[in-house]
Design a protein around this ligand. Structure first.
Ligand code: FES
Length: 92
């Protein structure tokens, strides 16, 4: 199991299986990451991986439509498109 900390939600920390989708964990555990479509279209789930960026999978093309290169370099992702394979801390 891995630990996901929702920094903007009072540092709420939950456990999840490895290779979990970030938005799905947020929904299941009431992590609080904003969302609308869940499918990589709206951009609402933009968030920042402040801790453990090395534990996230590769940035998808759908994300590049909503995030600038500078944002990606700063750790921004779209939660519905992001899978985590280790401990992370997320803000939004
Ligand atoms: S929830 Fe719409 S892009 Fe992620």
């Amino acid at each position: 199991m891995i630990q996901i900390t929702f920094l903007t939600n009072g540092n709420k920390c939950v456990s999840a299986p490895a290779n979990s989708n970030l938005l799905r964990v947020s929904l299941r555990e009431k992590g609080g990451i904003p969302f609308k479509c869940g499918g990589g279209l709206c951009g609402t789930c933009k968030c920042r991986v402040e801790q453990g960026i090395e534990n996230t999978d590769a940035v998808k093309d759908k994300e590049r439509r909503h995030l600038s290169a500078a944002e990606i370099a700063a750790g921004y992702r779209m939660a519905c498109q992001t899978f985590v394979n280790g401990d992370v801390g997320i803000s939004w």
